[in-house]
Design a protein around this ligand. Structure first.
Ligand code: ADP
Ligand code: ASP
Ligand code: MG
Length: 480
């Protein structure tokens, strides 16, 4: 069984939806297609919701019109009248529900996370409906499934955590019978349902995660992430034009890349695949014949394969002068981070001042809020000094074995030094597959470019010249 996920640009208009359907139909059955909203629609839904909350009627109308237009154009690509009409009436119903939810937001004068999730789900629901109708139009049986009946999550709206056991049960009940009946299932990415049945979302870019969650729930043979780049590249191609496709990645390596900011994969995508050992392939809808990147349990090579940056982080430093205060202080900080739903990127502890350093995701209220909460939680019980800096980035050089390479960190540091990038902290864990430096946010692009140039690009050149040499050799053998 294959799961194919198509991202926003890959389903951005009627022609792209058709091309995506063609790609899906080339795969043997059973197959599940997971779709994102058409590009720009999720942002427009959020714009409409925020406009409704502040009573900005014109902005709300403008955002809703963009969504309607985008969907009308995709519906226009469905040739068969009956299929087109059936899909159009579902889409109209979803648009009407969107209006009702926006009215609720306007009446409350505020946008709750719960309503926000219900509103943004419209994009994926409309697309699944229209993709399914497009497949019907191409002569194949397909059924849309809204994942807020399948992917069970906790109630953390906006960034919900899935319950994989429950999801497996629901997938067996809802999706399996459709597959057994020969249907291509077209499921919404991004969304799930919470303990109270309300629609939840898995965080921005979450459709990748939906694909591996459904793949794991249905014991898929492979999950394919179809996107607008020809695989996972050695750096973000928008920042580093010389970036090249990385043909193979281990689960660990892909997980580190996704965790440290490679947007091509949602940070949590790989976890469900690891749990069931399912290969994940990243492919381009613009160049479907390209081999892309395959992510499996095995990782090959000992060099840096890719460089990535995670921006907008906060470094929180907690100095604890007395040894006996260390555990209570650590426990208080972790509790606050948990209560505030702050994602922890790294934690380290060192120095005679028993300094703990937490690299965390930016939070509402930033340092002021975080520092205040921690000091409040610690009270007068323990003596600590908390300091906090915003606007930092983590830059990761990823490749299995690289962290165990004695000279790799010094190469990384000297490269950054030459590029004039100040390094605030570093980590090199020998058991890990990434080396990490913490730097000022505004130096992130420069750091990634310099590290790519020094640590990854020479390998591309070596591969190229090796290929050229063997081509010349083959040629001379033929001639000779
Ligand atoms: P989709 O809508 O298909 O989910 P995304 O925009 O979420 O696509 O992710 C693909 C984008 O990720 C690419 O267009 C690219 O700009 C960006 N990206 C960042 N880092 C990488 C990387 N290392 N390899 C490939 N793409 C990357
Ligand atoms: N449509 C959602 C977003 O824009 C989910 C996704 O694209 O994966 O975040
Ligand atoms: Mg994405």
């Amino acid at each position: 069984m294959i799961v194919l996920k198509f991202g926003g640009t890959s389903v951005g208009d009627s022609q792209r939806v058709r091309s995506a359907a063609e790609i899906a139909l080339l795969q043997p059955k059973p197959r599940v297609v997971v779709v994102s909203a058409a590009t720009g629609v999720t942002n427009a839904l959020l714009d409409a919701a925020r406009a409704a909350a502040r009573g900005d009627v014109a902005k709300r109308r403008e955002a809703v019109a963009l969504i309607h237009d985008r969907h009308a154009e995709i519906l226009g690509g469905i040739g068969n009248d009956a299929f087109c009409q059936a899909a159009a009436s579902v889409v109209e119903g979803l648009h009407a529900a969107l209006d009702a939810a926006l009215d609720e937001v306007a009446a409350a004068g505020a946008l709750s996370e719960r309503l926000s999730d219900r509103i943004v789900a419209t994009g994926e629901k409309c697309l699944a409906t229209m993709m399914s109708a497009t497949i019907n139009d191409m002569g194949h049986a397909a059924t849309p499934v809204f994942a807020d009946t399948v992917i069970a999550t906790d109630g953390r709206h906006g960034s919900a955590r899935p319950d994989r056991t429950l999801t497996r049960q629901h997938a067996e009940q809802v999706i399996r019978p459709l597959l057994d009946a020969g249907q291509t299932v077209v499921a919404t990415g991004f969304i799930g349902f919470g303990p109270d049945g309300a629609t939840t979302t898995l965080g921005r870019g979450g459709s990748d995660y939906s694909a591996t969650l459904l793949g794991a729930a249905l014991d898929a043979d492979e999950v394919q992430i179809w996107t607008d780049v020809p695989g996972v590249l050695s750096a973000d191609p928008r920042k580093v034009p010389a970036a090249r496709v990385v043909p193979e990645l281990g689960f660990d390596e892909a997980q580190e890349l996704a965790h440290f900011g490679a947007k091509v994969l949602h940070p949590r995508t790989i976890r469900p695949a690891v749990a069931r050992n399912i290969p994940v392939r990243i492919l381009s809808t613009f160049a479907p014949e390209e081999p892309g990147t395959v992510v499996t349990q095995e990782s090959t090579g000992t060099r840096v394969k890719a460089v990535t940056a995670l921006r907008g982080l906060i470094v929180l430093t907690v100095d604890v002068p007395e040894l006996e205060d260390l555990a209570p202080a650590a426990s208080a900080v972790f509790r606050v981070l948990d209560e505030q739903h702050v994602e922890i990127v790294t934690v380290s502890q060192a120095s005679s001042r028993r300094r703990m350093t937490f690299l965390v995701d930016a939070v509402m209220g930033g340092c002021t809020q975080l520092q205040h909460r921690i000091e409040e939680a610690l009270g007068d019980r323990v003596e600590v000094h908390v300091s906090c800096s915003e606007h930092v980035a983590a830059v990761a050089a990823v490749g299995a074995g690289v962290a165990g390479e004695p000279t790799a960190l010094s190469t990384m540091l000297s490269t950054l030094h030459r590029a004039g990038v100040a390094v605030l902290a570093t980590t090199q864990q020998t058991s890990n597959v990434a080396m990490l430096v913490v730097i000022p946010d505004d130096a992130a692009d420069r750091a990634v470019a310099a590290l790519h140039d020094r640590m990854v690009r020479p390998q591309h050149a070596t591969h190229r010249s090796r290929r050229r040499r063997s081509a010349l050799m083959a040629e001379s053998l033929r001639v000779g």
